[in-house]
Design a protein. Structure first.
Length: 422
């Protein structure tokens, strides 16, 4: 097998028949979910392409395994491997307690400038859900990944640095909202025009390519006027200047929870569709969290900032079965750097027991294959996961919520998915 790296030129990936894909097994339950996922991936590729295409898996280290073997939580060699081969996949990672890296996931995203956190959310038939109509939920979240509060610019209360910053804010800028300056910690929320525009560009391009009806800019600009408010304004401005013939912008969205608002939203969507355009609209974040429960059909592609995106992604995952089945990816569409990941935690108490649901990393792998252009493989995996769940032969998280279901281990559920490919 003549293995090669994936390359990129002018934003277009070139994927060889035998690409090298780095993987990070992950901490905690990573040891349980990776091997079944890998078996699913290899089986799907073989089912679609036979021997003409195959993944050459390359293990790289991060997290506890890396620390125990190298003394580093995130070795440079691992970062270099992702840069060389462009596309990688990983299990959940532990965040070290105390000093050093605040979050390995955040460190990976910022170091590689993976500015889009891509989280598709849809219901798979048979998955237990708290909603009456979970099938109405079908959204793709574009979460800005490198700015906002997650930039990590923070100062601990009562340190010299924090006291100095508080003094500057009060004395030089007249900041009177710091009620208890002696015991206040400070965090900085950077939001840039460039960061906004590249996120909005990716979201709109995705909507056009996948024939989605709308892009909703979710923000809290009514309160944070110069950060999230600018995110909204820059988003609209960019859509109108760069996609003027492909989008229809509608900025009267704040009152959609009223009957008149719903009627107006439906009319705007119909007008955009009739013109063959994508509707660009916005929604305040707290109202949006209501709408995903009350009117999920109103939204398809969502563009939002880092903190909002974190809340929204997990809330939507709960609507369609929980974070255990939620896939995710972190992508820089310019460099091609991408890491597809299980979106749940390490669950160390469950590690090594072969009982957890591997669907998050398996469906993230399907996203990876779609990103690579191996769309038939992606679709085969998605269909097989759905068929396995519909057969009610599932892991304990679904088993306890289903009637007349058969309990499977993690590895058995992986085999069940493979069996559904036939």
């Amino acid at each position: 097998m003549n293995s090669e790296s994936i390359t990129i030129e002018n934003g277009e990936l070139t994927v060889p028949n035998y690409p090298i894909i780095p993987f990070i097994e992950g901490d905690g339950i990573g040891v349980d979910i990776w091997e079944p996922a890998k078996k699913v991936f290899d089986a799907a590729v073989e089912k679609v392409y036979g021997d003409s295409k195959k993944i050459d898996w390359l293990e790289i280290l991060a997290g506890e395994k890396a620390y125990h073997e190298t003394g580093e939580w995130l070795p440079q060699e691992s970062l270099d491997a992702i840069k060389k081969h462009l596309v990688a996949i990983k299990g959940p990672l532990t965040t070290p307690i105390g000093g050093g890296i605040r979050s390995l996931n955040v460190q990976l995203r910022q170091t590689l400038d993976l500015y889009v956190c891509l989280r598709p959310v849809r219901w798979f038939k048979g998955v237990p859900s708290p909603l009456v109509h979970p099938e109405y939920t079908d959204m793709v979240i574009f979460r800005e990944n490198t700015e906002d509060i997650y930039a990590g610019i923070e100062f601990q209360a009562e340190t010299p640095e924090c006291k100095r910053l508080v003094n500057i804010l009060q004395d030089d800028f007249g900041a009177r909202g710091i009620r208890f300056p002696e015991t206040t910690s400070i965090g900085i929320k950077p939001v840039s025009k460039q960061g906004t525009e590249r996120l909005i560009h990716s979201a709109i391009e995705y909507a056009i390519e996948h024939k989605k009806p709308s892009v909703t800019i979710v923000h809290k600009g009514n309160i944070m006027k110069f950060t999230e408010g600018s995110f909204k304004k820059w988003g609209y401005d960019y859509a109108e200047s760069q996609f003027k013939d492909q989008v229809f912008t509608w900025g009267m969205y704040d009152n959609i929870l009223s009957t008149d608002g719903i009627d107006a939203a439906n009319q705007a969507q119909e007008d955009a569709a009739a013109a063959g355009k994508v509707l660009i609209k916005d929604c305040i974040a707290d109202a949006f969290l209501q709408e995903i429960l009350l009117y999920p059909k109103q939204h398809s592609v969502v563009a939002t900032l880092n903190l909002n995106g974190d809340y929204i992604s997990d809330a939507l995952a709960a609507c369609v079965g929980g974070i255990g089945i939620a896939p995710g990816a972190n992508i820089n569409y310019n460099t091609g750097y991408s890491i597809f990941e299980a979106t749940h935690g390490t669950a160390p108490k469950l590690a090594g027991k072969d009982i957890v649901n591997p669907s998050s990393i398996i469906l993230s792998g399907a996203m990876m294959f779609e990103y690579m252009g191996w769309t038939e493989v992606a679709k085969l995996i998605e269909n097989a996961v759905e068929a396995a769940i519909a057969s009610k032969r599932v892991t304990f998280d679904f088993h306890r919520l289903m009637e007349n279901a058969e309990l499977l281990s993690t590895s058995e559920f992986g085999d069940e998915i493979i069996s559904k490919m036939n």
